[in-house]
Design a protein around this ligand. Sequence first.
Ligand code: COI
Length: 363
Amino acid sequence: MSLTFDLQRRPDPTSDERRTEILADPGFGVHFTDHMATATWTRDAGWHDARVHAYGPVSLMPSAAVLHYAQEVFEGLKAYRHEDGSVWSFRPEANAERMQRSARRLALPELATEDFLASLEALVQVDQAWVPAAGTGETSLYLRPFMYASEAFLGVRPAAEVTYSVIASPAGAYFAGGLQPVTLWVSEHYARAGAGGTGAAKTGGNYASSLAGQLEGIEHGCDQAVFLDSATHTYIEELGGMNLFFVTDDGRLVTPELTGTILEGVTRGSILELAKDLGLTPQERRIEIAEWKDGVRDGSIREVFACGTAAVVTPVGALRWEGGEAPSTAGEQGGEVTRSLRAALLDLQYGRAEDTHGWLTRL
Ligand code: COI
C-alpha cells in the first residue's frame, strides 16, 4: 500500500520578509524551509506514519545505531521554478531508484519510487513559496531525502527501526566562485572507496572518508580533491561529491566507467545523453591520472569539468599533486564544451528548452 504524507502545518512559519531576504542570497545548504517530510519503518509494520511537519530537531537516543555504525543513505535533487510559475524536478525516479540501490547495500529497507515521489510532492506543495523565482540565475530548492537507522541498539545488525525524511533548502551556486574553475588536488594517501565497499552507494561514510583528502588539498591551495582507485592508485575515480568528465581533441567526452566504487551520478548519466545531442561521442572507460597530467600539456585533453546535482557543471582548472602541477585548460569560465553542456542542462531543468528526453516531473 502506498504512503500518504499527512500535513501537520507549522503554526509559526517564517515571515514573508525573512523568506524574501533568504531567497535573495540563499548560499548553499544553510537555510531550510518551514517543513520536512518523515516516515517510519519497523521490521514488524513496514513503512508507516508518513507526515509533513515542522522542520526542527530530531529526537534520537544516544544509542541510535546510525550514530555508531553509520547505517544511513541519502539523495540530492532540486525543484526548479519555470517562467510560468510551475515547479518541476529533474529525473526524480532516478534518485528514487538509486536510493533503493544504496539502501540494499546498507541493509536498509527500500522505499518504493511512488512513496519517494509522494514525499517530495507533499513537501514542495506546502513549502512552494520557498522555490526561488524563475530567472534568478542558478537558484533552486535543493531537496535532501535521507534514511537512517533510528533504532536504539548497539548490536551490529540491520536496524529494526528506520526513519526516512526529506528536508528542503533554497540553494544558489554550490561553489562561491560560480563558474570560476576549481583547482584539484590528487589524493595519493587517501582513497574514497575500495572494491566491494560502499563507493557506489550514496552513504555518509563515503563523504566522511573524502574529507581528509579534501583537507590535504585545501592545505595545498586547492578547492577539492580527486580520488584514485584504492588498489593501484592509478585510475581516476571521482571528487567525493562530484563526477569528472574530460573533453578530448577528437570530440570524445570521457568519464571514468562505473566500477562499483564510483557514484552513478544522475547528472553524470544525463550529460552522457546530452553529449550526443551536441555531436560529442560519450565514452565510459578507465582513465589513468597520468593521462590527465600529460593530456593537458600535449593538447589531447581540451577541457575538464566536474558535475553533480549541487554543483551542476563546474569547470576544473589546474591539477596539483605532491611535487607537481598540470596547467588549467579552463580559462576564466571553462571551455566551450563545458559551457554548452552546462547551458543545455540548465535550459532543460528551468524549462527553457523542450524536454525531449522526458526528464521533468511536475511537483
Ligand atoms: C549533490 O550533488 O546533490 C550531492 O549530494 C553532493 C554534495 C557535494 C552536495
